[in-house]
Design a protein around this ligand. Structure first.
Ligand code: G1P
Length: 271
């Protein structure tokens, strides 16, 4: 999926790089071969761009290249849940702390979200999950944190629950798709049973660390999150990211203003 003119995964990689991460594992599924090609070198295209003197495009293209051996792809053969997807990468992650990014959560921020979290992690250690308040009626779509609210961005977590039934959520503080986790979470994934929606949930594996008396924090990040896994969220992200671009702002802004000024139902596209 392309947000303005770059695939969502590129935003995820850029954010991870800004946080100091140099090695990447993609957990993919059937039909995602284009991902491997995208991060590969494109010698023919590079040559073509060089010939035409398109150095700006050449630079963008080069930024998508990965160092050999720094990127790996693992197949999740069955869609058994986010926890299972992370578990599929266990042998590559081995015994080190690791970060997880869900690329459909796009976060616009002055300091990239994962970088904020890495800085917090350097102070506290433990497991850290990105967190954000959501409207109560949406809590059942998220992992939700049970916290005793404290000042500051870091919130020690007492418990967490994946997709609580409506009205049963311990708070409105939701997990957003950025995690810094200890390898103990991978060990927990070895033994937890399927949870919400019949899936192996990452939330449950992190919650198991709390039971084992290891620390888990919610991190209220600075920035605006877009849920690119929903149609409306993806469209909002497209508009917001495009309006933030000097080369697109004026033209798109004028178009949107004109469109909004029209009476509803008057465009050729209206049903
Ligand atoms: C996943 C996680 C959930 C988290 C959400 C954030 O859910 O399981 O805990 O709150 O991402 O986007 P999904 O959106 O895959 O259902």
């Amino acid at each position: 999926m392309t947000l303005v003119d770059r695939p969502l995964v590129q935003y995820a990689i850029d954010e991870a790089r800004a946080a100091g991460i140099r090695e990447f594992i993609f957990v993919t599924s059937r039909g995602k071969g284009a991902l491997e090609d995208y991060f590969d070198e494109a010698p023919q295209l590079e040559q073509e761009l060089r010939k035409k003197g398109k150095t700006d495009l050449l630079e963008i293209l080069r930024n998508t290249n990965m160092e050999s051996g720094a990127i790996a792809y693992i197949r999740q053969h069955k869609a058994l849940g986010l926890g299972h997807a992370v578990w599929c990468a266990r042998r590559l992650i081995a015994n080190e702390p690791f970060a997880v990014i869900l690329p459909d959560d796009v976060i616009a921020a002055d300091k990239p979200c994962l970088q904020q979290m890495v800085e917090a992690y350097e102070e506290t250690g433990g497991n850290i999950v990105a967190a954000m308040e959501v409207p109560a009626e949406q809590a059942s779509a998220y992992g939700i944190l049970d916290i005793t609210p404290q000042a500051g961005r870091l919130q020690p977590v007492n418990a967490m629950v994946e997709k609580p039934a409506s009205g049963t959520q311990p708070s409105n503080l939701a997990v957003i798709g950025r995690y810094i986790l200890n390898p103990s979470v991978l060990q927990n994934l070895n033994r937890i049973k399927s949870g919400a929606g019949g899936e192996i949930q990452l939330t449950d594996a992190i919650a198991a660390d709390i039971l084992a008396k290891r620390k888990v924090f919610g991190y209220r990040f600075e920035g605006q999150r877009f849920d690119c896994g929903s149609k409306a969220g993806f469209l909002q992200a497209t508009v917001a990211f495009a309006l933030a671009r000097p080369d697109l702002r004026d033209e798109l802004g004028a178009y949107l203003r004109a469109l909004v000024a029209q009476s509803p139902g008057s465009t050729a596209l209206s049903a």
